[in-house]
Design a binder for this molecule. Structure first.
Ligand code: GUN
Length: 282
């Protein structure tokens, strides 16, 4: 069997068209366009690409993009002052601080400074707590995108065994909370998990969020499983690959996401969705 590819790019494009129609309807009803401020610190090339993709999606959906760029030597106090200014600005709905940040800045302090109702990344403890209590408002974009992509592909979740590999605060943990919310039996595996291969082999839905190329071996995948690869790793030859040993896994899985073109575009669409939600609920 060769798995069907889940075309995240085309699902993300449909979603952006739907968001654009909703934004247009809001504007036609007399509201101003939703506005997203992006804060980019330093000159990490990948961060520049990610922020450019987010700004392009703003253009496609009719969201006003407010790009702010700072040198790598900005102090934490200066960055927090920028966030305070945007928190207080009634014309800004969403604030996104692109990660990673330089070493002199404490990421947790920055995330917790953003007003929870403008936290369109969904990283603030308030928003993660809402998700944990089954009362989500602004949801972490990548896990939210995985669920949306699977729902739109006709995947069912109730009672299904889902295994998330990777327990990061921004991806793995909220991914397991999203799967739980959707009705799956969710397990999180991490660096201390014994018998990772056995855990993965029991899964009907596998979500890889490790950040190591080919870490999830293809022969671990149960026949007929759905495989979601969140990893985006750049190889020495410049090409991108995921966390799953794709060529082997695709011969066993029923559904699998490619890298690139799988989860990545969904993350950007969910950011647009969160910005619209933030504008509509203020
Ligand atoms: N860096 C890599 N992914 C992300 C993301 O989803 N949000 C932010 N703010 N920074 C990131």
């Amino acid at each position: 069997m060769s798995a069907q590819l889940i075309d995240g790019k085309s699902i993300a494009e449909s979603l952006q068209s739907e968001i654009a129609a909703k934004v247009e309807a809001r504007v036609a009803a007399g509201h101003r366009a939703p506005a997203l401020a992006t804060l980019l610190v330093g000159d990490d090339p990948a961060s520049h690409v990610y922020v450019r993709n987010k700004r392009n999606a703003c253009v496609r959906t009719g969201i006003r993009s407010v790009p702010l760029q700072f040198g790598a030597d900005i102090s934490q106090q200066q960055l927090l002052a920028e966030i305070d200014r945007l928190n207080a600005d009634p014309d800004i709905d969403g604030i996104l601080v692109q990660l990673p940040l330089p070493a002199q800045i404490d990421t947790t302090t920055v995330i917790e400074r953003i007003r929870p109702d403008k936290d369109v990344d969904g990283f603030h403890p308030y928003n993660l707590g809402r998700l944990a209590q089954r009362l989500p408002v602004l949801r972490p974009c990548t896990p939210y995108g995985v669920i949306e992509m699977l729902k739109r592909s006709g995947e069912s979740f109730y009672g299904r065994r889902a295994v998330v590999v990777g327990a990061s605060n921004h991806v793995g943990r909220p991914m397991a909370l999203e799967l739980l919310l959707a009705g799956a039996t969710a397990t999180i595996c991490h660096r201390f998990t014994r018998d990772l291969a056995d855990e993965v082999a029991r899964a009907e839905i596998v979500v890889a969020a490790v950040g190591k190329p080919g870490f999830i071996r293809g022969h671990w995948i149960a026949p007929g499983a759905t495989v979601i690869d969140i990893g985006i790793n750049r190889l020495d030859n410049g090409s991108l690959c995921g966390d799953v040993e794709f060529d082997v896994a695709r011969e066993r899985a029923a559904w699998i996401t490619p890298v690139p073109g799988g989860v990545g575009p969904m993350t950007v669409s969910m950011l647009m969705q969160n910005t619209l939600t933030a504008a509509a609920t203020r």
